[in-house]
Design a protein around this ligand. Structure first.
Ligand code: ZN
Length: 85
């Protein structure tokens, strides 16, 4: 009698998504580059060529910079819509 317990080693992999969804062309082709020396993140879509730069701080990760960029993108879009209307 005896139960054998299998040791399950769970390997948690940090999967850093290299590419993010582009708010402009809706493809997974946005790349975020962190420039920690200048506290700036460069964002570029290799599909439609959308480019942006957002200010970051040393703790900002790619995904954070991306979400700032998306906010900025839609923020700008809204402002432009209001101007047109
Ligand atoms: Zn794009």
């Amino acid at each position: 009698m005896g139960r054998r317990r299998k040791k399950e080693e769970k390997i948690i992999r940090k999967t850093l998504p290299e590419f993010f969804l582009c708010p402009n062309c809706a493809k997974n082709t946005v790349k975020v580059t962190l420039d920690k020396k200048n506290n700036i993140a460069g964002i570029r879509c290799s599909s439609c060529g959308l480019k942006s730069r957002v200010p970051i701080d040393p703790l900002t990760a790619e995904v954070d910079a991306y979400s700032i960029f998306v906010d900025q993108y839609y923020g700008v879009a809204k402002v432009e819509e209001k101007k047109v209307a």
